[in-house]
Design a protein around this ligand. Structure first.
Ligand code: DOR
Ligand code: ZN
Length: 349
C-alpha cells in the first residue's frame, strides 16, 4: 500500500476495451455512446444472432456501430469473426484485408449465443493455420462445456484439456485468454511465452461469488465465466496491478434486457460500459496501485495487438456519483452494474 496522500485526480492516456459486447440494432444507441465516452477503441464480440462469420458481415457491422457514435466522439470498433467448425481458411485473408483483427473461439454452448461455436477444436485447424500465417489473433472463451465438470472448475480444466494442446500445435498463434477468472489462469498466462495474453474485467476485480447471493439471488452479477472465490479475485487483482504486459483491460460489458436477466433462466452478462474505467480505478485504488492503471488500460493491449497507443487522455476525479437505476434499451430496460449505488471515481474529461 502507498503511504502518500490519496490522489484526487488521475489523467491517463485514453484507454481501450479489449473485449466488448454492443449487440446490434436499437441497442447500439444505448451502449455505444457509453463506451465511446471512455475508450478510443474496443474489440467487438461477434456473438450476434446469427454470428458474424464473414469479412463482409464484420465490415457492415462496424458501419452500424460507427453510426451510433455520437458526433464529436472518436471511437474505432475493432472487428472480430466468430469461429465455427466450418469457418473456411480462405476467409482469414479476406478478413485481414478488411481490417478484422481477431477471431473468437466459443466452445459450443459455453455462453450467450454460442450455439454455433466450436464442437471440436481439431475441425478448425486449417483455419487456425491460416490465422497463424496471417498474424490474426485468436480470442478464447476459456471454459469447457461438459456438464460433468463443475461450473466453477471449467476454466482451469479448459487450460489443461484445450489450451495447452492448442498452444503446442500453434506455437506462433497469438492467443488472448479472455476475461480470466481464476488464480490458475492468471498463473498460466503469467508463466507462458509472449504469444499468450489475457483480459480481466472490472467486475472480476471488484467482486467474488458472494455478490451473486447477497441477501437473495442477484442476477445482475451473473456472468460467464461466473464470479469465483475471494482467493481468485485476489489473484486477478495481483495480475492486473502487477505491471505485467500480458494482462490488459477487457470489460466484457454484456448488455441484456433487464427482464431476461431477472428471469427463471436469467442471461449471463454484466453491463459495465456506463462506468467501466471508474470501476477499474476503484479496484486499482483499493489495491494501492492507481499508478499501474494506465499501463493496464492503455499500453499493454495495443502492444499485444501490435497497434499504436491512443493519442489524447482521460481524467478521473475522486468524486462520488451514482449511476441511474436503468437505461432505455430499445423497448426494454438495461440495468447497469452498480445502478443506484455510489461509485468513488468519476470520469470528468
Ligand atoms: O457473461 C457473459 N455474457 N459471458 C459471455 O461470454 C458472453 C456474454 C454475452 O454475450 O452476454
Ligand atoms: Zn464476452
Amino acid at each position: 500500500m502507498s503511504t502518500t496522500a490519496p490522489l484526487h485526480h488521475i489523467t491517463i492516456t485514453r484507454p481501450d476495451d479489449w473485449h466488448l459486447h454492443v449487440r446490434d440494432g436499437e441497442a447500439l444507441r444505448t451502449v455505444v455512446p457509453h463506451t465511446a465516452a471512455q475508450f478510443g477503441r474496443a474489440i467487438i464480440m461477434p456473438n450476434l444472432k446469427p454470428p458474424v462469420t464473414t469479412a463482409a458481415q464484420a465490415v457492415a457491422y462496424a458501419g452500424r456501430i460507427r453510426a451510433a457514435v455520437p458526433a464529436g466522439m472518436a471511437f474505432e470498433p475493432l472487428m472480430t469473426l466468430y469461429l465455427t467448425d466450418n469457418l473456411p481458411a480462405d476467409e482469414i485473408a479476406r478478413a485481414k484485408d478488411a481490417g478484422v483483427v481477431a477471431v473468437k473461439l466459443y466452445p459450443a454452448g459455453a455462453t450467450t449465443n454460442s450455439d454455433a461455436g466450436v464442437t471440436d477444436i481439431r475441425k478448425t485447424y486449417p483455419t487456425l493455420e491460416a490465422m497463424q500465417r496471417a498474424g490474426m489473433l485468436l480470442l478464447v472463451h476459456g471454459e469447457v462445456t461438459s456438464p460433468d465438470i463443475d461450473l466453477f472448475d471449467r476454466e482451469a480444466v479448459f487450460i489443461e484439456q484445450q489450451l495447452q494442446p492448442l498452444r503446442r500445435d500453434f506455437p506462433e498463434l497469438k492467443i488472448v485468454m479472455e476475461h480470466i477468472t481464476t488464480k490458475e489462469a492468471a498463473q498460466y498466462v503469467a508463466e507462458s511465452d509472449p504469444f499468450l495474453g489475457a483480459t480481466i474485467t472490472a467486475h472480476h476485480l471488484l467482486y467474488n461469488r458472494n455478490a451473486i447471493f447477497t441477501g437473495g439471488i442477484r442476477p445482475h452479477y451473473y456472468c460467464l465465466p461466473v464470479l469465483k472465490r475471494e482467493v481468485h479475485r485476489q489473484a486477478l487483482v495481483a495480475a492486473a496491478t502487477g505491471g505485467h504486459a500480458k494482462f490488459f483491460l477487457g470489460t466484457d460489458s454484456a448488455p441484456h434486457p433487464a427482464h431476461l436477466k431477472e428471469h427463471a433462466t436469467g442471461c449471463a452478462g454484466c453491463y459495465t460500459a456506463h462506468a467501466a474505467i471508474e470501476m477499474y480505478a476503484e479496484a486499482f485504488d483499493a489495491a494501492g496501485a492507481l499508478d499501474k492503471l494506465e499501463a493496464f488500460a492503455s499500453f499493454h493491449g495495443p502492444a499485444f495487438y501490435g497497434l499504436p497507443r491512443n493519442s489524447g487522455t482521460i481524467t478521473l476525479k475522486r468524486e462520488s456519483w451514482t449511476p441511474p437505476e436503468s437505461f432505455a434499451f430499445g423497448e426494454a430496460q438495461l440495468k447497469p452494474l452498480r445502478s443506484g449505488e455510489a461509485l468513488p471515481w468519476k470520469l470528468v474529461a
